[in-house]
Write a protein that binds this ligand. Structure first.
Ligand code: NAD
Length: 498
């Protein structure tokens, strides 16, 4: 009953059954409602509406476009508590993290508002007399956002806030596991649009549905930007289709993030960082810490402390205060975790934790004891991203060996080192150090701020979102040369007299 009040405060009155996506809370398996679906066959119409919105929105001055995003930020501030709780209810992360996700949305709106007055181009020296050369950034067209279940709202905001100030309408295909938070965001956005006054219709369209809806969007010739967040399997399929029609991909895919703990590390800090980044969100962040590469001289001090910290981490209903680890998203995630643990054991891994928790209290939900697995080496299963709280522990002797281990996986999202030795820290950040998109010193791999560009290399997909100059991914670059002289000199001194 309580969740009905929450949904209704967020403007969602959903049927309890019927056709559509039927949503269950990972907290206890309770039915939350049925979300309407947009059939894949309707995507061409959706894209045509977005194109019409684009034709109007691209001519609205960018600072005015920023005003809409400012209003969106205000509406998100008002809805923060309710939306954060809905994230918890639908996805299963603890309320603190649900609220954190909404705060991230507010932060990116603030960032994008400033950006709307700073979509800078360049003036470039021309080699020809009486000529001016410049580079300008123009809106690009409708932007598809395909998002994963684990950050059901923030990923949309990272993309949408930038796309909207850059002049691009957004078509959002949320995860089929989290359609309700997406509908709630749509309502919040509609309130911002109503206050804005004269925005074109269809600046944001939410298309709920399964993979087929995502595929139809990716294939649409009216969608020049496809920002897709999810598994590497999905990214591989999307990348090929997007490349086929020369559209622009922004891919944010799987990670396999490591921490190197050096002999000089502050172990108090390291233990806290490891626990937050390895068990937080029940191991279901793309930046979750999955591999701990510990120097042989500190291993025997660090591991007992880590195991003690793991043993005291409160696991339970993520809506209850004090709980730090909620459930896995579904049975499939639990089974995937158990399969990975069996393989690790067969490879010689020594296990602490990893079993099912709270099965009696929540027979229809999938809580687990986070696992620590001490491995004899970096076997295939360690190189694979299992989306669950499994921390593989490896040992090293030289920093070169540690960096080589850290880089010897197919993914390249986030990485970190705990050290108080400046030589080690700088080596880790150098050209021959970490090969990841994110590299931290004395901070865990998860919990990025929106001011920096977010994304990773290799099988993580190479995309960048959020801060720095990630906005350029949502605009087209134009080089313009103006001749204000009375002659027509050619570049490179070419003579072509007629
Ligand atoms: P998923 O790949 O199963 O689904 C992600 C989205 O892609 C969903 O909306 C799904 O419907 C859609 N989709 C799936 N196949 C598609 C296709 N062929 N064409 C178009 N759309 C398709 O991922 P998930 O289980 O929801 O999320 C977990 C994964 O996401 C993990 O691998 C995690 O590391 C990754 N992730 C990455 C980032 C990042 O920023 N790098 C952030 C969050 C999650």
């Amino acid at each position: 009953m309580q969740h009905r009040d929450l949904l209704s405060r967020l403007g969602l009155e959903l049927p309890a059954d019927g056709a559509g996506l039927s949503v269950r809370s990972p907290i206890d398996g309770a039915a939350l409602g049925v979300a309407p679906v947009t059939p894949a066959a309707e995507i061409p119409e959706v894209a045509a509406r977005a194109q019409r919105a684009f034709e109007a929105w691209r001519s609205v001055p960018a600072p005015r476009r920023g005003e809409l995003v400012r209003l969106l930020g205000e509406e998100l501030r008002d809805a923060k508590e309710d939306l954060g709780r809905l994230v918890t209810l639908e996805m299963g992360k603890i309320v603190q993290e649900g609220l954190g996700e909404v705060q991230e949305m507010i932060d990116i709106c603030d960032f994008a508002v400033g950006l709307s007055r700073q979509l800078y181009g360049l003036t470039i020296a021309s080699e020809r007399p009486g000529h001016a050369m410049r580079e300008t950034w123009h809106p690009m067209g409708p932007c598809a956002v395909i998002s994963a279940f684990n950050f059901p709202v923030a990923v949309w905001a990272w993309n949408a806030a930038l796309a909207l100030v850059c002049g691009d309408p957004v078509i959002w295909k949320p995860s089929e596991k989290t359609p309700l938070t997406a509908l709630a965001c749509q309502r919040i956005f509609e309130r911002a649009v109503a206050r804005f006054g004269d925005a074109p219709a269809d600046l944001l369209q939410v298309v709920n549905g399964g993979r087929d809806v995502g595929e139809a969007l990716v294939a649409s010739p009216l969608v020049p930007i496809v920002s897709a967040t999810g598994s590497t399997r999905m990214g591989r399929e999307v990348a090929l289709k997007v490349a086929e029609r020369f559209a622009r991909p922004i891919l944010e895919l799987g990670g396999n993030n490591a921490m190197i703990v050096a002999p000089s590390a502050d172990l108090d800090m390291a233990v806290r960082a490891i626990v937050f980044s390895a068990v937080g969100t029940c191991g279901q962040r793309c930046t979750t810490l999955r591999r701990l590469i510990v120097h042989k001289d500190v291993r025997d001090t660090l591991l007992p402390r880590l195991k003690a910290a793991y043993a005291s981490v409160p696991i339970g209903n993520p809506l209850e205060s004090g709980v730090l680890v909620g459930p896995l998203n579904d049975k499939g995630a639990y089974e995937g975790m158990q399969r990975a643990l069996e393989q690790a054991k067969a490879d010689g891994g020594v296990m602490t934790g990893g079993g099912r928790a709270l099965a009696e209290r929540y027979p229809d939900a999938w809580y687990v004891q986070p696992a620590i697995v001490e491995m004899p080496g970096q076997t295939d299963i360690v190189r694979h991203e299992t989306f669950a709280p499994i921390l593989y522990v490896l040992t090293y002797e030289t920093l070169e060996e540690a960096i080589a281990l850290q880089n010897a996986v197919p993914q390249g999202l986030s990485s970190c080192i705990f050290t108080t030795d400046i030589r080690e820290a700088e080596s880790f950040l150098s050209a021959s150090g970490s090969d990841c998109g994110i590299a931290n010193v004395n901070i865990g791999p998860s919990g990025a701020e929106i001011g920096g560009a977010f994304g990773g290399e290799k099988e993580t997909g190479g995309g960048r979102e959020s801060g720095s100059d990630a906005w350029k991914g949502y605009m087209r670059r134009q080089t313009a040369t103006v001749n204000y002289s009375r002659s027509l000199p050619l570049a490179q001194g070419i003579k072509f007299e007629i």
